[in-house]
Design a protein around this ligand. Structure first.
Ligand code: SF4
Ligand code: SF4
Length: 240
């Protein structure tokens, strides 16, 4: 039974404890920062930030809404990154059946820059980033080392607000549905994102596109009239 994270963004205060704790646990170095007029820092995921709290501000019905989205790999049930990775280097991307975690291994350094780019483009959530120094492709590993030691992922351990939750997939879906009932009272557009397809389940309190372009799998079209989701479904079909 795969494990899952439930990320209740309605509870997130954007303290970024999860972002920092993730870096610390994985021994990732600091990256140079500068003031860009936003608390979102660094501006995007990179090989040294597997997790990034995204910020967006909106004026809705005369009220300022500040939305926070702790972005990371969704650990897809059928990961397109693995479909592409397997075409080039067997074992570069593996799926741990016990936990459902999708792992990029040291073998990713055998992938060319173009092949890594193809993997990133196949990801419905635009997650993988290549370390140009080592050639490794990088992203969240669901703290599989902690899980194997009976511990919860570092972002869950660190989060002080109940945004980050971890457990069996079914339990997390039930928790998400319960939270949705609560959030919908104040935010009727609230929704749960792609719960049947991923092991990192988000609840957003407003339309996904108000948070970030790649919140849902079908947020961006790939080719005319074909959503990214349809494109990926076609990828998974056997060749005729
Ligand atoms: Fe792979 Fe992207 Fe899915 Fe993560 S979110 S498992 S990187 S396809
Ligand atoms: Fe949000 Fe929790 Fe991360 Fe803080 S630790 S930014 S509250 S998810």
């Amino acid at each position: 039974m795969p494990k899952a994270l439930f990320v209740d963004t309605s509870r997130c205060t954007a303290c970024r404890g999860c972002q920092v704790a993730c870096k610390e646990w994985h021994g990732l170095p600091a990256v140079e920062t500068k003031q860009r007029g936003s608390h979102q820092n660094p501006p995007d995921l990179n090989p040294f930030n597997y997790k990034l709290v995204r910020f967006s501000e909106h004026r809705i019905n005369g009220k300022v809404e500040w939305y926070f989205f702790p972005d990371q790999c969704r650990h897809c049930d059928v990961p397109p990154c693995k479909d592409i990775g397997d075409m080039y280097v067997n074992g570069a991307v593996v799926k741990d059946e016990n936990t459902g975690a999708v792992i990029f291994t040291d073998q990713t350094k055998r992938l060319s820059a173009e092949e890594c780019q193809e993997i990133t483009e196949a990801c419905p959530y635009n997650i993988p980033r290549r370390n140009t120094g080592t050639g490794l492709l990088a992203k969240c590993d669901m703290c599989i080392d902690r899980q194997q030691a009976g511990l919860v992922p570092m972002c869950v351990k660190t989060c002080p607000t109940g945004t980050m939750n971890f457990g069996e997939h079914d339990e997390m879906v039930a928790l998400a549905e319960k939270a949705l009932e609560r959030v919908k009272k104040d935010y009727p557009n609230a929704e749960i994102i792609d719960a049947d397809e991923v092991n990192v389940i988000y609840l957003v309190q407003d339309k996904p596109e108000l948070y970030y372009e790649y919140v849902t799998a079908d947020a961006s079209g790939v080719g005319k009239g074909v959503t990214r989701k349809e494109f990926l479904a076609n990828l998974a079909k056997p060749a005729k």
